[in-house]
Design a protein around this ligand. Sequence first.
Ligand SMILES: [Fe+2]
Ligand SMILES: [Fe+2]
Length: 474
Amino acid sequence: MSLNYQERIPNNVDLGSNRTLQRALEHWQPEFLNWWQELGPKDFQVADVYLRTATSVDAKGWATYGFVRMPEYRWGIFLADRNPDRRIGFGDSYGQEVWQQIPGEYRATLRRLIVTQGDTEPASVEQQRMLGHTAPSLYDLRNLFQVNVEEGRHLWAMVYLLHAYFGRDGREEAEELLERHSGDANKPRILGTFNEPIRDWLSFFMFTYFTDRDGKFQLKSLAESSFDPLARTCSFMLTEEAHHMFVGDTGINRVIRRALEVMKELNTDDPEVIRKAGAIDLPTVQKYLNFWFSSSLDLFGSESSSNAASYFANGLKGRPDEARYEDHVAADQVYAIDVPDGHGGTKTEEIPMRNAMNDVTRGSYVKDCEMGVTRWNRLIEKAGHSFRLALPSTRFRRNIGIWAGMPTDTAGNPITREEFNAKIAGWLPSQSDQAYILSLMHGVHEQGKMAAWIAPPDRGINNNPVDYEYVKLH
Ligand SMILES: [Fe+2]
Ligand SMILES: [Fe+2]
């Protein structure tokens, strides 16, 4: 479907033919813009930023690039094309027709799923709003803002569903998505990780690598939903999400490359010496990785979950890439999980497969996370160092699920609380680690310059050079 750019809200859902819906969204739009001005990227609202904007869902050319002031970004509503033959891919109604409208009995649950997903989108913009001041280059500044405007569009995607399919309740939920704020004592964002402020760029890269990747797997699960408009919205969101994870992956890669350069120049792997030279030592990278990976694991929920079982049974939320599985009903399968045995050890328990869907999804996520770690380690190995980065155990530092609050080492072995407290400073960013990272955070906003703690990227955006003026500051 072609796009009418004269409309205030670019879309491929034929918004123009539904006056009530269009008016509801046009009413929400100024509230969104107020929120963006107040809680979006601080102090860069008049800058011209080289951004991509989604303009269609055509795989060959879905986006255009150009300079735009962020408040004038065209946040649009795009759903992947409808497949008229699509059938329910899992659960008790496997093989039946997908739903174009929401069955009454699933209304409340689907609304909750959509609101929970929608809440993370503006939350991350709020978490990252101060980072522009300390961007290591104009290239990075632009990438930050690209991620931010697209999270804004993801909020639009969820708000569209709320307005279009949930009537008055949906409109109220859409308002509340702008009323909860990250870290707010009275009205926090729904999920814990999205209330952690992101004060430095190492955390930003870890967030986009690990937490946006949680987003990828949540979207993949929802892209399997029997509620077809939700599935189609989430499919298209995944296209944008890939860039967010690219920012994290290449950001961490560049931090490591810079550390390796300094290690080579000074012929040392002594963290103190590397820090004195203004780079980030690899053990500190590992600590930030431990923090953000473990925090992101909680987002998948409990290992054993009756909610997950009913989402699956009812066809609301499936497994990522459901087509890869053989049994789409999963009614009589079992799944083995390791649980604490109550005596300082672990034991294996079997639970019904449907109850284990959170952990199945978490398992796919962990595998995906490992690919980056392998690539980063290859860099370190090539440089001739024996240090290796590693993902901690999924039992480490959990706040949700069977391992919540159980002290373990990074390999997942249960340990005493005393031992955990004694070792935590070696596993997670300590006060002094955080102070050091913050001390590196100074904005480099001059064209062609790059902060000393990070290597330049291999290439620029959309075939432009690395030292292109990606953000024109005024
Ligand atoms: Fe998103
Ligand atoms: Fe994202």
